[in-house]
Design a protein around this ligand. Structure first.
Ligand SMILES: [Zn+2]
Ligand SMILES: [Zn+2]
Length: 207
């Protein structure tokens, strides 16, 4: 794999993703082909889903199991000022929401535009299913799309000196939070990632 020549974002690993089947909660596999793996999120792609346990499968990405974020971009119904609200990520997509105008302080109901919530979250970016490879580390969740991604994280965290020969490679990593980069979590993270990996290999070695 040519990490050193390309910018490595999570999206780089998103052509094979292990998820929890939304029907039977066993291991499911998403396979995708992306036009450009080096973008921050998948834009042009084909993706499909197959459960390894039940019959559930998806060929089109018009189903979304994940969270949504709602946006109100309107003018205030009372005073005409511009309004701009974002909701918290949610599964409830009500069509109307009460919004309070910052200018006149009046509360009115507004229509909301809902979008898939794609920010750093232990879901796949195509169907919003829960990732299979995720583990709690203190108050955070560390997750990986597949074993290659997991190995990459392990290697990254385990690299004691991130300069010299390896600096170029690792400086290209994007979207990793600071608690992963922090040396004091190194041993715990590597241990948890190794457990995830061996559990998957032990239980699903034929997948
Ligand atoms: Zn299933
Ligand atoms: Zn107003």
């Amino acid at each position: 794999m040519e990490h050193s020549n390309s910018k490595v974002s999570t999206n780089y690993f998103s052509e094979k993703i292990y998820v929890k089947c939304p029907k039977c909660l066993q291991l499911g596999i998403i396979t995708a082909s992306l036009k450009n793996k080096n973008l921050a999120i998948p834009l042009e792609y084909k993706a499909q889903y197959n459960c390894t346990n039940c019959q559930y499968s998806l060929k089109e990405t018009n189903v979304w199991f994940g969270l949504y974020v709602g946006k109100i971009l309107r003018t205030c119904k009372s005073c005409g000022s511009n309004l701009h609200f974002l909701t918290k990520p949610t599964k409830e997509t009500k069509q109307q929401l009460l919004g309070t105008c910052e200018t006149c302080k009046k509360e009115n109901e507004y229509e909301i535009t809902w979008k898939k919530y794609l920010k750093n979250h232990p879901n796949d970016p195509y169907f919003g299913m829960d990732l299979w490879l995720q583990t709690a580390i203190k108050s955070n969740v560390l997750w990986a799309y597949n074993l290659e991604h997991l190995d990459f994280l392990k290697e990254y965290v385990g690299a004691k000196i991130r300069d010299g020969k390896n600096r170029h490679k690792y400086s290209l990593i994007t979207n990793l939070p600071n608690w992963i980069k922090s040396a004091k979590n190194r041993d715990l993270i590597i241990k948890k990632l190794s457990i995830l990996e061996s559990d998957l290999l032990k239980n699903y070695s034929n997948k």
